[in-house]
Design a protein around this ligand. Structure first.
Ligand code: PYC
Length: 404
């Protein structure tokens, strides 16, 4: 028994049982959301969430906290819009203040081709009822006077996709809210328990997991481990096209509220927002190499500071406070992989790259439905693993975070 992380929670520790109806691997927002909606929507409470580290240790605790639904494909837009709907009611539902701030989101375009892409995104967004449109320089300057609109920079801002519902909310509150909600409905949450194998019967059907604390039988196993997906899938004999890249970010010292919009630049590959605490949160694109090394790099700081200062030069004198790195399980089309895996009763919630936090709520809801019914919910059918073999990808690169 690994005692390291036991006892950190405020709730009573549950006994690790030998058998559960559903075992969820991964105690991040997606895993906890799945457990919560299994209990809430389906009355299934004989559920264990197994987390090898502590709750929210992975991508859930290492993101920009941005939620938005201004994606490029109809499949992506519908999916993330459902997440926004769920997020809006979550503070009340889970009785924990998520501190949702509806700031509005700009995707800045600095080249003609980017303007075309943002215009197309806006049109598709509006067709599907999502508030988002291309705006020009004057309106940008009006809505965000802090932005540097000078023409005397390498890439002047030409236009922006403006998405007024774009918001930030507390990532820790989301995972702890779901965890607490699930716990009070009877779900067992086990921190410090590592999955070491996926158990199958002679026919190849998944029947449970091996763990650092012994084998556990399960009717259904859901993997929601983001950066660790390829390891868990290897245990199950499931092949995915995922590669794991590091993504870095940093925050400055806190100052008075100054920037009231969330900024992402499609061409400079940088994002900037000001947190409720007053810190500026700045980051850029994933690193081009694959690794499980979480070391921060100077080249990242150099690149993202230079680009952030092109956008908001007033930040020049702020001190950097913290820098961190997370893992991104990248897919070829920048859309997630959800649902069936080819191994009966083993389901996948993966491929979250740099866009996983905003999907937390809808993933919880849909993966719970998948685990409870064995049927693929319509919203996630386009994200099936088999789409790569069938050549039916869902190309989201133009709208997934800073990856343009
Ligand atoms: O999807 O909005 C996003 C995002 C920004 C930085 C990383 N992901």
């Amino acid at each position: 028994m690994s005692g390291l992380f036991r006892g950190r929670t405020w709730w009573k520790r549950s006994e690790l049982k030998k058998s559960y109806d559903v075992v969820i691997i991964g105690g991040g927002g997606h895993g906890m959301g799945t457990a919560y909606y299994l209990a809430k929507n389906f009355g299934i409470t004989n559920v264990a969430v197994l987390e090898k580290n502590y709750i929210g240790a992975g991508g859930t605790g290492r993101n920009t906290t941005i939620i938005r639904s201004n994606y490029r494909t109809p499949e992506g837009i519908r999916f993330y819009e459902r997440s926004m709907e769920l997020f809006r009611g979550l503070s009340q539902e889970l009785d924990i203040n998520m501190m949702l701030s509806k700031l509005g989101h700009f995707t800045l375009a600095h080249t003609d081709s980017s303007v075309r892409v943002q215009r197309e995104r806006g049109e598709t967004n509006r067709l599907l009822g999502v508030d988002s449109k291309l705006i020009g320089r004057e309106e940008i300057a009006d809505l965000c006077p802090e932005l540097n609109m000078s023409m005397d920079v390498a890439y002047p801002i030409q236009a922006a996709l403006y998405h007024p519902p774009g918001s930030v909310l507390r990532h820790d509150a989301v995972v702890w809210g779901y965890a607490t909600g699930a716990y009070h409905k009877g779900v067992h949450i086990h921190q410090g328990v590592e999955v070491t194998g996926i158990r199958k019967d002679a026919s190849g059907k998944c029947i449970g997991v091996d763990t650092s604390e012994g084998p556990i039988d399960a009717g259904v196993v859901v993997s929601a481990v983001a950066g660790w997906t390829t390891q868990v899938c290897d245990m199950a004999g499931v092949r995915t096209p995922i590669t794991n890249h590091p993504l870095q970010a940093f925050v400055t010292e806190p100052v008075k509220p100054m920037l009231h919009k969330i900024l992402v630049s499609a061409n400079l590959h940088v994002y900037v927002s000001q947190t409720d605490r007053g810190e500026f949160l700045i980051g850029s694109e994933i690193e081009p190499y694959t690794t499980y090394n979480l070391r921060s790099t100077f080249s990242f700081v150099q690149h993202s500071v230079a680009n952030a200062l092109d956008l908001v030069p007033q930040l020049a004198r702020l001190k950097m406070m913290r820098q961190w790195t997370g893992y991104c399980d990248m897919t070829p089309d920048y859309s997630p992989i959800m649902g069936e895996t080819g191994v009966e009763n083993f389901y996948l919630d993966a491929g979250w790259g740099t866009w996983g936090f905003k999907a937390t709520a809808v993933c919880g809801e849909t993966m719970a439905q998948m685990a409870a019914t064995g049927k693929t919910p319509e919203l996630i059918a386009p994200f099936r693993l088999s789409r790569f073999a069938d050549e039916q990808m869902v190309p989201e690169k133009a709208a997934a975070s800073v990856s343009h």
